[in-house]
Every structure is written in C-alpha cells, then in structure tokens.
Design a protein around this ligand. Structure first.
Ligand code: NI
Length: 192
C-alpha cells in the first residue's frame, strides 16, 4: 500500500464530475487500499478518488472518530462507496464546520440536509442501500460532492469567500505546510 499525494482545491480534476467505476477497472482494489492508507495518514474521515487524481465516482470513509459521540451510538467504520446516489430524505437542514484535505487550514460552516438515503456498490460490487443522519450523513455528502466536482467552499457566500481568499492563494502557491503530501498542479496560465 502507498500514501498518495492529495491534490489541492484548484486542481482541474476536482472541478469535474467523475466517471462511473467499472468492476474491472484496472488496479481498483489497490487504489481503494491506497486511498484508505492516504486518508488515515492525513487524519481524514473521508477521501474521494478525484482528490488523489482519479476522476472516478468513488470515495472511502471512516468516520468512527467523529460519529461515536452521536446519540444513536451507530458505528461508522471503514466504508467504500462506488457509483453512489444520494437522496435527501426530509426538509431538515443543519449547519456545521467542515474542512477538506484538499483545502488545508480552511474550516467553514456549511448547511446540509440532516437525513439522507444512499445507494451504492461496496468494494466487492455488492449493491447496498442505507439511511443515515447527522455527522455521518454530512461526511457522505461532502465526499459525494467531490465526485460531482463540487467543493464545500463553493457553498460559501461572497463575504466568507473574500475572507478565505488569502488562504486559498497560499495553498495554490504551495505555501501551506501539511503533515501529508499535497500536490499543487498549477493549471496553465489563462485556464483559470
Ligand atoms: Ni473534501
């Protein structure tokens, strides 16, 4: 297994929807193992394939550390979500602070639906569906956004966006230190 570099928010791979994953995708099981290794090494609770440069509809999560405090006491350990579809269950929204391994040192409040229904394939391509709420549902939605080309900072209003502009610029220039390998692939001039 290897630790893969995580691309920064300005990378083109994070701005486009991923393609569906085929069961015979070359190196799929190794990529999943590497994504877990990369996520644990960076102390993340979720990691989407585009964040390691693969434009695929797939993400991994292990949210035990942030969901163990929740009331229903459900365990949310290692999970692989392939070609997922998320549906919002109720008109019930809540705010909480989010961060992202591709946007180090930036944490902002994001409003998200509280309860969701998710359908997906696991790493053995078994069809699964489940309902989730609270923090786990939030993590799943954050990662799901990544495979659609959406980042949590896209939800911020113009005021908050202005406040983090300096920090985003530092990340883009590779001036932010992280405990994990970050890959800042600057797009060609004129592309942004
Ligand atoms: Ni993220």
């Amino acid at each position: 297994m290897s630790i893969l570099p995580i691309v920064t928010y300005d990378d083109p791979v994070l701005m486009k929807p991923g393609t569906p994953v085929h069961p015979e995708h070359p190196g799929l099981q190794d990529l999943i193992d590497d994504m877990f290794e990369t996520m644990y090494h960076a102390n993340g609770v979720g990691l989407a394939a585009p964040q390691v440069g693969h434009s695929l509809r797939m993400f991994v999560v292990d949210a035990d550390v942030i969901t163990e405090e929740e009331e229903n006491g459900e365990k949310h350990g290692p999970g692989v979500f392939i070609n997922p579809e998320i549906e919002i269950l109720e008109d019930d929204y809540w705010d909480a602070e989010e961060g992202c391994l591709s946007i180090p040192d930036v944490r902002e409040n994001v409003t998200r639906p509280f309860r969701i229904h998710i359908r997906y394939y696991d790493r053995d391509f078994q069809w699964c569906e489940a309902e989730h709420e609270g923090w786990y549902a939030r993590v799943l939605q954050h990662e799901y956004d990544h495979i659609k080309g959406v980042l949590f900072i896209d939800y911020l209003g113009s005021f908050r966006k202005r406040l983090i502009r300096g920090k985003l610029e530092e990340i883009r220039k590779g001036a932010v230190k992280t405990e994990y390998p970050l890959l800042s692939r600057k797009p060609a001039t004129g592309q942004r």
